[in-house]
Design a protein around this ligand. Sequence first.
Ligand SMILES: Cc1ncc(COP(=O)(O)O)c(C=O)c1O
Length: 277
Amino acid sequence: MRAWLDGHLLETPETPALGVLDHGFVVGDGVFETVKIEHDRPFALTRHLDRLQRSAEGLGIGAPDVDLVREGVAATLDGQDIPFGRLRITVTSGRGPLGSARGDGPQTVIVAAEAVERPPAVSRIVTVPWPRNERGALAGLKTTSYAENAIMVEHALARGASEAVMPNTRGELCEGTGSNIFYVLDGTLVTPTLDAGPLAGVTRALVLEWAMDELDAVEHDAPIDVLERADEVILVGTTRDVQAIEQVDDRTYPAPGPVTQKLQQIWAREAAKGIDP
Ligand SMILES: Cc1ncc(COP(=O)(O)O)c(C=O)c1O
């Protein structure tokens, strides 16, 4: 594990380095990205940095200095030997008071990298009753206020699943805590629209772009129990890429089913063309 904070590599990433008044720590007033590392190189970094900017502007903390972030990414990955891993970029509003109102910065910028195991090819999910608020102030933003997600993923892990999938406040299928969901219904690959409130996933966008010419793929909203009628279920996200789902709650699915296999082939072929699609 290596970490970089505001222009400097930390001697050891475990050394305390963040001020106790950092508003990202005090109230979760920050944004972040998780980027896949393939052989020491960040995958789709430009798309992740674009979303980092959109999230920061949406949160009202102002656009981060993207050149500085790129510098941090390069310094963090320089000389590392990470065949597969994740890079975490975090930008907070910086030092602030102990309440919710903000201070006046400057922003805190952190980059950290670690090797991780490749996720399994097949996994299980559970649905949870807690809704994603598609009309909330944080809808569509990747902020460090992720404690709801922590509760949900712990709920999933305690039930032998790797991810929790939630509805929105209208009861429509929305997303996982760190993934977007697709399913296959009558041969069509379907994913919820962004109006349903999921994060605009980088993997989701690439899947839709890359599958468009070869699969029948649509964005469409439906009640969360549509999964009971689905022929195949797929999770997509950074590090999972395109993952076959064999079980949702008590229901089982072929994994990988035929459409999932085709999608995984498309993904592998297109992703091999370049590290920053
Ligand atoms: C809430 C949420 N939804 C979806 C995703 C998937 O997005 P991406 O493909 O950009 O990793 C993430 C990413 O971690 C996420 O946090």
